[in-house]
Design a protein around this ligand. Structure first.
Ligand SMILES: Cc1cc2nc3c(=O)[nH]c(=O)nc-3n(C[C@H](O)[C@H](O)[C@H](O)COP(=O)(O)OP(=O)(O)OC[C@H]3O[C@@H](n4cnc5c(N)ncnc54)[C@H](O)[C@@H]3O)c2cc1C
Length: 566
C-alpha cells in the first residue's frame, strides 16, 4: 500500500488536509482508527469562529480584532503571526464550508448566524444549531468521497517508518484482522485529535488518547507547550459530557448554592463569557470555598430556564437531550449541575505554520499539533477553526512537498519498520507480565486529574512526574490478557497507553518547570505571569531518561503583553 500522501485521522483536520492535497493532484489516502464520521470532531457543539460581521452587534468586527482576542485569550503565549493567519484565513474557510453545504444556522436576512463566545469582543461564533462539528464533519467527508480519497478504516497507526532524516511512511494495525502492515508515503500528516483520556475527568471521546504524540516524540519530534491543558467550565457531573459554551453564549447563568451569579466577582464585565481558564478557576474556587453543591464531588449550576422553551429547543436541543439522557434533568425546567473537566490540549506535536515538523515529510494538524495559535489558553470556537485553517495549510504543504520530492520511498525501510513493530506487538501478546492495563491507566488518569488540574503547585506536580516515570517502568512488565488478533481492544489500549504515558510525562515535566501562572497553567506557589522569564514556548525532547526541556521565544507582531481583564 503506497500513496504520495497519507493522512492519519479522519476528523476535521485530517479530512480538510486530505481534500487539499487531493485537489493539488497528489494521490492521497486517509488511515483512521474510526470511520471518519465517528471522529470526536462530530461531538463539537457550539461553533466555529470567523470575523464575518454578520450580526447587528458586530458590524465593525475584523480578522485583526479576532487575532487580538486570540492573543489576549492565549495569555500572550500564542505566536502572533500564526494567530493572524488563523483569523485572516477564517472567513475564506467558513464560506468555503458554506458552499460545500454545511447547513449553518441563519440570520433573518439569510446570512450565517453568529453567537457570542467567551473572551471575544463580538458575537463571532458561526454555528449550526448545537451540532456544528457533526455537520462540518459530514460535509468534509462528502468532499473526501467526491475527490476519490481512499480511506483505510479501522487501522491504528503504530509507528513511523524512518531512515535517518527521511520518512518513508508508517506502520499500522488492522483492527478487524490484527494484520500489521506498512504503508509507503512520501508525506504523512498526523491529525489524530486530542489527548483527553490522559485525565480522569474529560469531555473527550475514548479515541482521544494522545498515542501519536508519544509516537512522534519518540521519532524525534519535540512536543510543544504540553503543560497547557484546558479545563472546560461546564461538563455534566459524573460523566463529564460537555454542555457547550454556546449555552452561556445564548445567555445561560452560572449560579452557586447561594443563588448568586458568582462570575460578577471574577469577571464583572464579561461575566459568564470570560475565557475558559478564568471561568473554570472561578467555579473551582466557589466549590473549594463551600459555595458549591455536593453532587458529583462538587459542582455549581448552569441555569438556562430564563431562556425559555422555544430558544432552548431551537438553539440548544442537543445539550438538552444530553442532560435528559445522562442526568434525567430537563434544562427547560431545572438547572444542570456542572463541574470543570479536561477538554482540550493546547500543546502538541511541534509544527511550523504550514504544519511541517522538523522531520522532513512528517506534518501534523488539528488538536494533536501545536502551531501555536492557542498559546496558554484556547478561545472557544477557535479549535474547529484551527482544524480547517491549519488542515488546509498542512494539506497544501504536503501536496507541494511530494511534488518537489526527488527521492523514492525505500521498501527496505518499510520492511524493517514493519518487522520491528510486529516483533514488539508479538512480544506484548506473548508476555506474561504481571502489570495490568486498567491499573496503570487508572493510576495515570487519576494522578493527572488530582495533581495537574486547574490549580497546581510544586509538590503534587513533582509527585505526578515521579508517578509517570514509575508507571513507564512498570509498563515494561505489562501483560495482555486477550491473546486473539481480531479486534483485540485489550492489545490496542495497551499499545495506546505507552504513548499516553510519554505525553503525560511531558505535561508533568513542563508544568513543574514553568514557575509562573499563565492561561490554563495556574500555580498557587507562583501566582502571577512572569513575562521577563517565561514568555516562551516549552519544547520537550525525548530521551531514554525522560523529557529534556528546551525553550523557544514567542513570535510577536503587533501586541505587547498586558494584564488580562474581562
Ligand atoms: C465534546 C466536545 C465539544 C467541542 N466543541 C467545540 C466547539 O464547539 N468549537 C470548537 O472550536 N471546538 C470544539 N471542541 C474541540 C474540537 O472539537 C476538537 O479540537 C477538534 O474537533 C479536533 O479535531 P481533529 O481533526 O484534530 O481530531 P478528531 O476529530 O478527534 O479526529 C481524530 C481522528 O484521528 C483518528 N485516530 C486517533 N488515533 C489514531 C491512531 N492511533 N491511528 C489512526 N487513527 C487515529 C480517529 O479515528 C479520528 O478520525 C470540542 C471538543 C469536544 C470533545
Amino acid at each position: 500500500m503506497k500513496h504520495q500522501v497519507i493522512v492519519v485521522g479522519g476528523g476535521l483536520a485530517g479530512l480538510r488536509a486530505a481534500v487539499e492535497s487531493a485537489m493539488l493532484g497528489a494521490d492521497t489516502a486517509v488511515l483512521s482508527l474510526l470511520y471518519p464520521v465517528r471522529s470526536h470532531s462530530g461531538a463539537a457543539q457550539g461553533g466555529v469562529n470567523a470575523a464575518l460581521a454578520n450580526m447587528p452587534e458586530c458590524k465593525d468586527d475584523t480578522p485583526a480584532k479576532h487575532a487580538y482576542d486570540t492573543v489576549k485569550g492565549s495569555d500572550f503565549l500564542a505566536d502572533q503571526d500564526c494567530a493572524e493567519i488563523l483569523t485572516s484565513d477564517a472567513p475564506v474557510r467558513i464560506y468555503e464550508l458554506e458552499h460545500w453545504g454545511v447547513p449553518f444556522s441563519r440570520t433573518p436576512e439569510g446570512r450565517i448566524a453568529q453567537r457570542p463566545f467567551g473572551g471575544a469582543g463580538y458575537p463571532r461564533t458561526c454555528y449550526a444549531s448545537d451540532k456544528t462539528g457533526l455537520y462540518i464533519l459530514h460535509t468534509l467527508n462528502e468532499q473526501a468521497v467526491k475527490h476519490g480519497i481512499k480511506v483505510y478504516n479501522e487501522w491504528a497507526v503504530l509507528s513511523l517508518a524512518r531512515d535517518g532524516a527521511m520518512n518513508h511512511g508508517l506502520v499500522a494495525m488492522n483492527l478487524q484482522t490484527g494484520e500489521i502492515a506498512s504503508f509507503g508515503a512520501d508525506a504523512v500528516i498526523i491529525a489524530t485529535g486530542g489527548a483527553g483520556r490522559i485525565f480522569r475527568r474529560t469531555s473527550n471521546a475514548m479515541q482521544s488518547t494522545g498515542y501519536t504524540l508519544g509516537m512522534a516524540y519518540r521519532a524525534g519530534v519535540p512536543l510543544k507547550d504540553m503543560e497547557f491543558v484546558q479545563f472546560h467550565p461546564t461538563t455534566i457531573i459524573g460523566t463529564n459530557i460537555l454542555m457547550t459554551e454556546g449555552a452561556r453564549g445564548e445567555g445561560g447563568y452560572l449560579v452557586n448554592n447561594q443563588g448568586e451569579r458568582f462570575m460578577s466577582k471574577y469577571a464583572p464585565k464579561a461575566m459568564e463569557l470570560a475565557p475558559r481558564d478564568i471561568v473554570s478557576r472561578s467555579i473551582q474556587i466557589e466549590i473549594n470555598e463551600g459555595h458549591g453543591f455536593p453532587d458529583g464531588g462538587g459542582c455549581v449550576h448552569l441555569d438556562l430556564r430564563h431562556l425559555g422553551r422555544e430558544k432552548i429547543l431551537e438553539r440548544l436541543p442537543g445539550i438538552r437531550d444530553l442532560a435528559i439522557s445522562f442526568l434525567g434533568i430537563d434544562c427547560i425546567e431545572k438547572p444542570v449541575p456542572i463541574q470543570p473537566g479536561q477538554h482540550f490540549i493546547m500543546g502538541g506535536i511541534d509544527t511550523d505554520k504550514d504544519g511541517a515538523t522538523i522531520l522532513p515529510g512528517v506534518f501534523a494538524a488539528g488538536e494533536c499539533a501545536s502551531v501555536s495559535v492557542h498559546g496558554a489558553n484556547r478561545l472557544g470556537g477557535n479549535s474547529l477553526l484551527e482544524c480547517v485553517v491549519m488542515g488546509q495549510r498542512a494539506g497544501a504543504a504536503a501536496g507541494n512537498f511530494v511534488k518537489a520530492k526527488s527521492s523514492a520511498i525505500q521498501d527496505a525501510v518499510l520492511n524493517d519498520a514493519v518487522k520491528k513493530t510486529s516483533a514488539d506487538v508479538d512480544a506484548l501478546l506473548k508476555s506474561d507480565g504481571k502489570e495490568r492495563l486498567v491499573t496503570l491507566r487508572d493510576t495515570m488518569a487519576q494522578t493527572m486529574t488530582d495533581n495537574i488540574g486547574i490549580f497546581r503547585e510544586e509538590k503534587p506536580m513533582a509527585d505526578a512526574l515521579a508517578t509517570m516515570r514509575e508507571l513507564r517502568a512498570r509498563f515494561r512488565d505489562i501483560g495482555v490478557d486477550a491473546k486473539n488478533r481480531k479486534f483485540n481492544l485489550d492489545l490496542l489500549r495497551t499499545i495506546e497507553l505507552g504513548g499516553m504515558l510519554d505525553a503525560a510525562e511531558t505535561i508533568a515535566a513542563g508544568a513543574l518547570a514553568r514557575k509562573e501562572s499563565r492561561g490554563a497553567h495556574s500555580r498557587l506557589d507562583f501566582k502571577t505571569r512572569d513575562d521577563a522569564n517565561w514568555m516562551k514556548h516549552t519544547l520537550a525532547h525525548f530521551t531514554p531518561d525522560g523529557a529534556r526541556l528546551e525553550y523557544e521565544s514567542v513570535v510577536q507582531t503587533k501586541w505587547q503583553p498586558e494584564e488580562r481583564k474581562y
